[in-house]
Design a protein around this ligand. Structure first.
Ligand SMILES: Cc1ncc(COP(=O)(O)O)c(C=O)c1O
Length: 386
């Protein structure tokens, strides 16, 4: 991987130590150019002229295909969304809930997992079971805790594949093996995975998987994608309904709901420009190689965790073991509020990090365009603060 060349294409790298891809990744020039080029084309040629419409359809098909390829899924199992939370809402609000149905999730979760789950409790009497996990919980303990939360009323396991707070990578394949034969569905939040680790829907074998474009994929805000395994598509009712949610027969009085096609979830008009941006973003990360990115992000994180672990007054909150690790690293500095530390890292050192709530800490996202030297700069800056 030619890191210098990659960094040349990401302008932000010239100005700061950007370690916040877990919130929103810095786009390469080519992504923004693809968006601008499409908007220019529509402006110059008219958004509804035949060539513009035809090329728009092609971009949409290619983007869907690119997402399918990224996830190792079929394009018919992919629908483009606005972001991760949009995909989650499509699934969880589209399933049918009965009083007493149980949803298992965990205590480290992002609000995009917890809040949509609790809404099923408030609306339909489903029961949300929050399994308490330590921020660096080992895989064996996670499996044991989830196993003991399962009952014959469990209908859904809903977790982030990588936890946003400390980067804990969850043993999703093993959880799936534990739940599949009991007829329990699995919805995974991939906000912290797409563009960060190699993904394979067939290997995970989950039912639903939601991803964003703007984080580790380095795309823009406003576009993401949702995977639904082919045989599960009929289970998800469209909540936001538009033309594709029905099969018209003989005019307005003769329609029936579309069941089998994921296109029923599409809604109405969308931005082709953002799709063009996502297409380019996927191509950018795939050119670097997903396996290579995953390994590099882990190496950078491990370098940072080791150095911070040796720094007096600093406590690493993220898992140390490689199987539970990712490019996200969280830590706390004795006697200093994470908000203050984040502000000072930016003001003095031009390091862009963020604070997280549970556990209370400073989070750094290390991605393939970051360098070993930048990790050194972060360690120096944190030492000074500590
Ligand atoms: C685990 C997790 N889920 C969901 C989200 C929300 O993502 P989006 O803005 O793509 O809906 C985030 C954002 O940080 C996240 O970390």
């Amino acid at each position: 991987m030619d890191i210098d060349r990659i960094r040349e294409q990401i302008p932000v790298c010239r100005r700061m130590v950007y370690v916040n891809s877990g919130w929103s990744g810095p786009s390469p020039v080519s992504v923004v150019e693809a968006i601008k080029a499409r908007l220019d084309y529509e402006m110059e040629q008219g958004p509804t002229t035949p060539d513009v419409r035809e090329s728009g359809r092609e971009i949409q098909d290619q983007t869907r295909l690119a997402v399918a390829n990224l996830l190792n899924a079929a394009p018919e199992e992919v629908c483009l969304t606005k972001n991760t939370t949009d995909g989650i809402n499509i699934v969880i609000n589209g399933l049918t809930w009965n009083q007493g149905d149980e949803i298992i999730t965990c205590s480290l979760e992002h609000s995009s997992v917890l809040v949509p789950s609790y809404f099923q409790q408030w609306r339909h009497g489903a029961v949300v079971k929050v399994v308490a996990l330590a921020s660096d919980e080992g895989h064996d303990e996670i499996l044991a805790k989830i196993e003991s939360a399962i009952t014959d009323r469990t209908r859904l396991v809903f977790l982030s594949h990588i936890q946003y707070s400390t980067g804990l990578r969850m043993p999703v394949e093993e959880i799936r093996r534990m739940t599949k034969d009991r007829g329990i569905m699995m919805l995974l939040d991939g906000a912290q995975t797409a563009g960060h680790i190699a993904l394979d829907m067939k290997a995970i074998d989950c039912d639903f998987y939601a991803i964003p474009g703007q984080k580790w994929l380095l795309g823009s805000e406003g576009i993401g994608a949702l995977y639904i395994r082919q045989d599960m598509i009929p289970q998800v009712q469209p909540v936001h309904v538009a033309g594709r949610a029905v099969m018209p027969h003989d005019g307005p009085e003769d329609m029936e709901p579309e069941i089998a096609s994921i296109d029923k979830l599409k809604g109405s008009s969308t931005s082709t420009a953002l799709q063009a941006g996502l297409l380019e973003a996927i191509s950018f990360v795939q050119a670097a190689g997903m396996d290579e990115i995953e390994a590099r992000d882990l190496d950078l994180a491990s370098q940072l965790k080791q150095s911070l672990g040796e720094t007096p007054g600093v406590k690493v909150l993220s898992p140390i073991e490689r199987s539970g690790s990712s490019g996200l690293v969280s830590f706390a500095i004795d006697g200093m509020e994470p908000e203050d530390a984040v502000a000072r890292l930016w003001e003095r050192d031009r390091i862009v990090a963020r604070q997280v709530g549970f556990p209370h800490g400073i989070r750094v996202s290390l991605h393939f365009f970051n360098t070993e030297e930048e990790v050194g700069q972060i360690v120096e800056a944190v030492r000074r603060l500590a």
